[in-house]
Design a protein. Structure first.
Ligand code: SER
Ligand code: ZN
Length: 498
């Protein structure tokens, strides 16, 4: 890495008369730094009236912008006392940082605050007119990382994500091959919701979704000792900054605005317009809204982690086993929506677990046993399990690799007969299970008395369970497996529409 910085100090008075002394002082400062890093060089020193111009280059760990701030302090100390002059202003007129990339960029990239140029595997970040605060804020290192990351991702574009099957059930003869959503809509069990990707579940569909919830609680969460918690639906940005969601999928959130005020006077014009025109005047509305600082729940685990932020958990309480089934997840799906299986709003139970590595690996076995019991014995599904890119990497648009076995995400996928042949059609991910090491433990500074903690979560999507089950077993309760009929053998009688 080569750092090449051009800067100037503006002094309170003319410094031409002390030019020699300043040059000597800079030289001795430079040799002091050499003890830490031999590659740092202060050069091209020029003095004009009250301005000192110079450059700093470095190839090592000692960054010129750090040297610059130290130099300012040294000079202020020495010359303030002796000659009553001080540094009034630091100017950075140019800062170029060159470094070698792992792979040759396939095309140009842009980043904020700087130009980026490539020559083979060498990237150069060219900053202009940056101030002291900018240098202190650690942006430079993050800009270097962002360039490397963007080049790296050029190689992933269009490549499939990591996927490796680890278990599959026997083939099961489907009882039909229709799309369950379409059929439920025909039967009036379900209506398209008032806005995109949302559904209105009438009593029959609701009974099935609620049965899924009951089965998950009775067959997985209660036997394993999970406790229910209730979280907020609204997630402030600082939580998503910690989990990485904010940088991972800003285009998929539903954002939340608070009113700027409750003052009725401020809202008077809006109310008048609404009463007179019977329309919503968006411009007037925007005048009375605050910019968003939060979004609606996207996954339930971030707020659960936040609830443990900075806390030390007693050994007695480990592993922590909790789940939320109240917060509804919202994701802006754009083109990908389909039926109840790919929606903008979905109902999910999310168990979260925090414990030692051994506790969580054991828990994963237990969870797998319970899930297998449900999908084999209660649903009688044709399904499989695969290692996939961990969810937090998927959600950050990254690709996983095979290095994960202790940690990582397992997906549960079901054959959907209406989509075609079992070998060539796409199966539905109807469930996941992850162990994520200490990623969120660190992000939220969660501690134990002596052990290192790990965490993980599992997404139990009620719509996905329903879609998988009905796609194979039809809408007719008479066709449903015995195990499921123990939970639900008769559907509510629907409302007759004329
Ligand atoms: N947090 C996980 C996910 O988003 C499990 O719900 O998939
Ligand atoms: Zn989660």
């Amino acid at each position: 890495m080569i750092f090449d910085l051009k800067s100037s100090f503006t002094f309170s008075n003319d410094i031409s008369s002390i030019s020699k002394e300043l040059q000597d002082s800079i030289k001795s400062f430079n040799s002091k730094i050499h003890q830490k890093d031999k590659t740092v060089e202060i050069k091209d020193i020029k003095i004009k009236k009250n301005i000192l111009y110079f450059g700093i280059i470095s190839e090592g760990i000692f960054r010129p912008h750090n040297a610059l701030l130290q130099l300012k302090n040294e000079i202020s100390k020495e010359f303030g006392k002796k000659h009553h002059v001080g540094v009034r202003e630091i100017k950075i007129t140019g800062y170029n940082i060159s470094f070698e990339l792992e792979k040759k960029p396939l095309k140009d990239i842009t980043i904020p605050f700087a130009d980026v140029k490539f020559k083979d595997k060498i990237a150069t970040i060219i900053l202009k007119e940056v101030d002291e605060e900018f240098l202190q804020r650690n942006y430079i290192d993050r800009m270097i990382n962002r360039v490397s990351e963007k080049v790296e991702s050029q190689y992933y574009e269009g490549k499939g994500e990591f996927w490796k099957a680890i278990w599959e059930s026997a083939e099961k003869k489907p009882l039909w091959n229709k799309d369950p959503t379409e059929e439920m809509v025909k039967n009036k069990w379900l209506e398209q919701g008032p806005t995109k990707g949302k559904w209105f579940y009438r009593a029959q569909a609701t009974a099935i979704l609620k049965t899924m919830e009951k089965i998950a609680i009775e067959e997985v969460l209660k036997p394993l000792g999970f406790q229910e918690v209730i979280e907020s639906h609204i997630v402030p940005f600082d939580i998503w900054l910690k989990t990485g969601h904010m940088e991972g999928m800003p285009g998929e959130f539903y954002y939340v605005c608070e009113p700027a005020t409750r003052d009725t006077q401020a809202w008077e014009r809006f109310v008048d317009l609404t009463k007179i025109t019977k329309e919503v005047h968006i411009d007037e509305l925007m005048n009375n809204l605050s910019p968003p600082k939060a979004g609606i729940c996207y996954a339930q685990c971030p707020i659960i982690y936040w609830s443990f932020k900075g806390k030390t958990i007693s050994e007695k309480s480990l592993p922590v086993l909790v789940y939320d089934k109240t917060a509804i997840s919202n994701r802006y799906e754009s083109g990908g929506r389909h039926g109840i299986e790919r929606v903008d709003e979905f109902h999910r139970i999310e168990p979260v677990y925090i414990g030692t590595r051994e506790q969580l690996l054991k828990l994963r076995e237990n969870l797998l046993d319970c899930y297998k019991h449900i999908f084999n014995d209660i649903f009688d599904l044709e399904w499989r399990i695969a290692w996939v890119t961990p969810w937090y990497m998927q959600q950050a648009g990254k690709i996983g690799d095979e290095s994960t076995q202790d940690t990582g995400t397992i997906d549960f996928e079901a054959y959907m007969p209406y989509r075609g042949d079992r070998k060539t059609s796409e199966w539905l991910e109807f469930q996941n299970l992850s162990i994520l090491g200490d990623k969120y433990i660190k992000a939220f500074n969660i501690k134990a008395q002596k052990n290192e903690l790990w965490s993980g979560c599992s997404g139990i999507g009620l719509e996905r369970w329903t879609a998988a089950f009905l796609a194979q077993k039809s809408l007719d309760p008479n066709n449903w497996p015995e195990g499921f009929r123990k939970y639900l053998d008769k559907l509510p009688v629907g409302i007759e529409f004329l």
